[in-house]
Design a protein around this ligand. Sequence first.
Ligand SMILES: Nc1ncnc2c1ncn2[C@@H]1O[C@H](COP(=O)(O)OP(=O)(O)OP(=O)(O)O)[C@@H](O)[C@H]1O
Ligand SMILES: [Mg+2]
Length: 538
Amino acid sequence: MLSVSNLSVQFGKRVLFDDVNVTFNGGNCYGIIGANGAGKSTFLKILSGKQEATSGHVHLEPTKRMSVFEQNHNLYDAHTVLETVLMGNKPLYAIKTEIDALYNDYNDANADRIGELQVQYEEMNGWNAESDAAAMLSNLDIKEALHYTDMADLDGKQKVRVLLAQALFGNPDVLIMDEPTNDLDYETIAWLETFLANYDNCVIVVSHDRHFLDAVCTHISDIDFNKINHFSGNYTFWYESSQLAARQRAQQNKKSEEKKKELEEFIRRFSANVAKSKQATSRKKMIEKLDVSDIRPSSRRYPAIIFEREREAGDQILNIEKLSADLDNEVLFDNIDLNLSKGDKVVVFSKDSRATKAFYEIINGKQMAKTGKYSWGITTSQSYLPLDNSAFFSEKLTLVDWLRQWATTEEEREEVYIRGFLGKMIFSGEEALKTADVLSGGEKVRCMLSRMMMLRANVLMLDEPTNHLDLESITAFNNSLKNFKGTVLFTTHDHEFAQTVANRVVELTPKGVIDRHTTFDEYMQDDKIKALREKMYS
Ligand SMILES: Nc1ncnc2c1ncn2[C@@H]1O[C@H](COP(=O)(O)OP(=O)(O)OP(=O)(O)O)[C@@H](O)[C@H]1O
Ligand SMILES: [Mg+2]
């Protein structure tokens, strides 16, 4: 279906891919995994022709069509929902745009050209395209009332559904997806898992979400050591077998027959478990030929995330009274009262991700509340990881100069000092001198974390902090927040993160706040709270 031959990619001295040869077959779902910055997005861009390789070729079977689901979910913000879906069929969309432009500037000279284009549009079934797109959106639960809304006004999970409709528009033979579960809630992720598990064409998907990878993949394609290797099976199988490979490598005095037996036993057990599990999908074939003989232990590294505080905060942390926010006259949350104490680690939760986003923007002075007020304790200092960090990375600064923007003393301005923070986040040597505009999604988040570490605030605010991060970074981050002695306000779709960090849950609803000193699981499972939640959103 799709093959790559002799692919090499290099940026300056940094080699991403060295003579890679891989083939992707129809009917399979490949989960591309690898550390942040390993080259996953770059690889997808090369597959889809958006970026040139240093050398090598990509070959897609003639007559087959490929479509792409982007990592950046805000790319189409200036377009309407329906238009965004239509853009999924590029040739058709190009004709439509030209027709519209010519109509806007109508005269005798361009009338002929319009006629010509309209014939082509008709041949491509263009007039039906709009109704096809509308039907597809409705299937994905994007109601007709939203079809002419700008993408910028949708919440994260609605955007993702529209982008999915765009990618699926015209039933592509190869569907390429870069981190589709970012910005999604649990429910929509579950929906996407079912959808992909039953999609018959070739899917190539980058994800850092274990549960998702296990639910949809027939193969894992690991990017490591500048190569891409396919392994049959899902993520858990890949992970456990690579752990086993590492253990076996260390046991030098064990006989090779014994090791072989151990491997066979491992595969047998795993296959039996998969067969027993309910995860029956049309992609069942995945356990056909499991093989771990060529798995190598990986080269991934853990960043050292440590949040220290310049000084300890007093008892007054944050006081909020009657706070409310809306968007185009729609109530996001209303009548929020909240009093934070030292040591509170709060999951800020809402069914609508636009509500949590607005909440952080307001208490960080980036946006006005509709009504109400908030005040920070005098001894507090805040640092904030926003949901959308793109504004931080528009300038072409080296990472050292980038981080220096937040230095406050002479000592902090010193290169060695800054490199210390970057080094902890695994930007060492040459890596610290690349420019901020070329960073991968996860590398940007690592930079934002270096910035927060340097600010040494006693209140941390984090809106979806695990988005884009690889599993090693998520683990390190998770541990650092458990150990942090200050106050944390955070919003996450990562269950483990919410459950292990929070000691308080605050839910923002259009009818006020639900505020409980409890763990996330207890909150979600409590019947009284369940009933209350239903009432608050109705
Ligand atoms: N023009 C460029 N010059 C130098 N380095 C670049 C350039 N473009 C990309 N890179 C680097 O190439 C590496 C691969 O980036 P890519 O976006 O493919 O990573 P990724 O595997 O998708 O990571 P993530 O999991 O964070 O999304 C990164 O280290 C990035 O900084
Ligand atoms: Mg990426």
